[in-house]
Design a binder for this molecule. Structure first.
Ligand SMILES: C[S@@+](CC[C@H](N)C(=O)[O-])C[C@H]1O[C@@H](n2cnc3c(N)ncnc32)[C@H](O)[C@@H]1O
Length: 256
C-alpha cells in the first residue's frame, strides 16, 4: 500500500516536472496563443505574486545589473538576454527589432538607435504608455540608456480620446515620418483613423504595426490592405523569442 502510494507520488512528480520542463516550453515555442497564455498570463501572474514585484520592475533590475549607463546597445542586449533566458516579456524583441531598424533605415538611412542619437536638439522619438507604472519604468530605462534628451516616454491618461492613446493637441508632437503601432490591438484602427483625421499622417508617412498575426489585428490588415491610401507590405517574423509566426505590416501613406 505504502509502496504503491510512494510510486504514485514519484510518478506524478516526474510527470509534472516533465510537463513544466519540456512539454510546456516546447508547446509555447511553436504556438503563439499558448505562448501568450502561458508567459503573459500564468507565469507573469505567478512570479508577480511570488516576488511581489511586476515584470517591468524585474526587467529594470536586470538592466541596472547588466547594462552600462549611457550605452543603449547594452540595454537592448540586457533586455533580450533577460527575455530569452530568464523571463519572457512582451517587447518587440531582436528579430522584429531588426525589421523595425530596416524600415526606419528606408525612411532615414539610420537604425532606430542611431535615429534616437542623431535627432537634433528639441526633436525626439515619442513613446506613449497609459499604464503609469510602466511609463515610469520606461523613463528609467531610457535614462539608463543615456537617451533621455532624445526619447520621451509620455504617460497618456486612459479615458481620453481614443482610449487614451493620442492627444493630438499635444504640441503637434506626433507629426513625423513614422508611427510604430504596438498597443492594444483593438485600438490600431481607431487610432490610425484619428491620426488621419488630425492630419498627423502625411504623404510618405510609414506606419509599422506589430503583432498583426499574434494576437492578430485582422480588421487593421483589411483596412490598410484594401485602402487606396496605403501601400502595404507584410513581414513574416516570429513572435518575440519563440518560433511561432507573428507579423509586422508596413503601410506607407500615399495621400488623402
Ligand atoms: C506590447 S506592449 C508594448 C511593447 C513595446 N512596444 C516594446 O517593444 O517594448 C503594449 C503596451 O501598450 C500599452 N497600451 C495599451 N493600450 C494603450 C493605449 N490605448 N494607449 C497607450 N498605451 C497603451 C500597454 O499598457 C502596454 O504596456
Amino acid at each position: 500500500m505504502w509502496l504503491s502510494l510512494l510510486s504514485g507520488l514519484i510518478g506524478g512528480a516526474a510527470f509534472l516536472f516533465a510537463l513544466y520542463r519540456w512539454v510546456i516550453p516546447t508547446a509555447v515555442q511553436y504556438h503563439g496563443g499558448l505562448a501568450l497564455l502561458w508567459q503573459d498570463v500564468i507565469v507573469e501572474h505567478a512570479l508577480d505574486t511570488l516576488t511581489r514585484t511586476s515584470r517591468p520592475q524585474r526587467l529594470l533590475k536586470e538592466v541596472h545589473r547588466k547594462a552600462t549607463v549611457g550605452d543603449p546597445q547594452s540595454v537592448i542586449t540586457a533586455i533580450d538576454h533577460f527575455c530569452k533566458h530568464r523571463e519572457w516579456a512582451m517587447n518587440v524583441g531582436d528579430e522584429k527589432g531588426s525589421i523595425l531598424d530596416s524600415v526606419v533605415n528606408e525612411v532615414s538611412t539610420v537604425t532606430v538607435l542611431e535615429l534616437a542619437r542623431l535627432l537634433p536638439p528639441g526633436v525626439s522619438v515619442i513613446t506613449l504608455e497609459f499604464n503609469p507604472d510602466y511609463s515610469a519604468i520606461a523613463r528609467q530605462v531610457i535614462r539608463w540608456s543615456g537617451l533621455e534628451e532624445k526619447m520621451r516616454s509620455q504617460y497618456c491618461c486612459p479615458g481620453a480620446a481614443s482610449g487614451g492613446s493620442l492627444d493630438p493637441s499635444d504640441e503637434g508632437a506626433f507629426r513625423g515620418p513614422g508611427v510604430f503601432l504596438d498597443h492594444w490591438k483593438g485600438r490600431y484602427i481607431p487610432d490610425t483613423k484619428l491620426l488621419e483625421e488630425c492630419g498627423l499622417i502625411q504623404k510618405g508617412t510609414v506606419m509599422l504595426a506589430d503583432n498583426v498575426i499574434c494576437p492578430g489585428t485582422p480588421d487593421y490588415l483589411e483596412y490598410v490592405r484594401n485602402s487606396s491610401r496605403y501601400n502595404s507590405h507584410y513581414y513574416r517574423p516570429h513572435l518575440e523569442y519563440t518560433k511561432a509566426e507573428d507579423g509586422l505590416e508596413k503601410s506607407v501613406f500615399l495621400g488623402y
